[in-house]
Design a protein around this ligand. Sequence first.
Ligand code: ATP
Length: 312
Amino acid sequence: MILTVTMNPSVDISYQLAEFCIDDINRCEQYSKTAGGKGLNVTRVVHQMRHPVLATGLLGGELGAYIERQLQQEKIAHRFSPIAGDTRNCIAVLHDDGKQTEILESGPVVSSVEAADFEQLYDRLLANVDVVTISGSLPKGVDDALYTRLIQQANTLGKKVVLDVSGAALTQTLQSDSKPYAIKPNRDELLAIAAYQPTGDDVSDLQAILNSELFAGIPLIVVSLGADGAFVKHGEMFYKVTIPRIKVVNPVGSGDATVAGLALALADGRDLADVLKIAMTLGMLNTMEQKTGHVDVTKFAEYVAQVQVAAL
Ligand code: ATP
C-alpha cells in the first residue's frame, strides 16, 4: 500500500484555448475540473496502475467535499483530516503551442489544532503502508518542520518516503537528520536550492550538485529533465536515463506521475533499473494525455521497453 500525502490539495481547472487573449474575453469549450494538487495526481496514477493506494492530507469546505466525491467516484481510498478553511482552486490555461499560464491560489490557513489532528491520523495510517509520498507545498499556518516529522515517523517504522517538494521546504527537509529515501526535483528546482554556479557541462554540474553536503544521506535522487529523461544518483553511483521522443499533449503533472512510478516500483521491491524505467514511463504517459495525472496503462509495455538506464 502506498500512502500519498497532499497537505494543500486543490480543484484543478484546466482551460484549453487556441489563443489566450489578455484584457479580453476568452470563451472555452474544452475544459476539465479534477481533484488535484501534486499528491492527488500521484494518487490517481498509482490507482490507474492498479496498485493499492490511500490518499491523505487536509480538506475543507465545498471544494474539499467535491474532491472527496471525485475520489469516491474513482474508487480511490482516502482518509483526509478536516479543516475549517476552504480547499483551493488552481487554474491552468493551456494555449499557443504548448504554452501554459497558471493561477495558483495560496489556499486555506490551517490552525495548529488541525495540523496536530492530521499528524495523529498520519501516525495511525502509517501502520498499514509500505511507501509514503509527500508532494507539494504546505498550507499557511502549518509549521515548516511538519514534513521532517512525517519523514522521521515513517523512517522509524521502516517505511520509505518519496519526497517531491521544492524551495525552502526541500532545503529545510534535506538539512534535517531525517532523510527521505528518495527525492525527485526537476533541474530548475535543483538549481534553485544548490549553492552552485553551473559551468555549462550538464553532467558534471549535476554530479557536483548532488555530491554536495546538502544531498548527503539520501539513497535515491532522481533529477527529472523533461524530454531528456532523468539524471540519477543512487548511493555513490550516477545514472543517465534516456527516453524516446514522444508527442506531448499536456506535460502538467508529469513529475507527479514520475513520483507515482517511483513509489509503486519501490513498494513492489523492484531493482533500480526497473524503478527508473517505470517512473520515466509514467511521466511520459502522463504527457501524452490531455488530463493531468492520467496515464493510458495500455501503452505502458510499449514505452517502458524504450527507456534506457546507463551507469556513468
Ligand atoms: P511537472 O512540474 O509538470 O509535474 P516536472 O518538472 O516535475 O513536471 P519533468 O522533468 O518535466 O517533471 O517530467 C517528468 C518526467 O516526465 C520526465 O522525466 C519524462 O519521463 C516525462 N516527460 C516530461 N516532459 C516530457 C516530454 N516533453 N517528452 C517526453 N517525456 C517527458
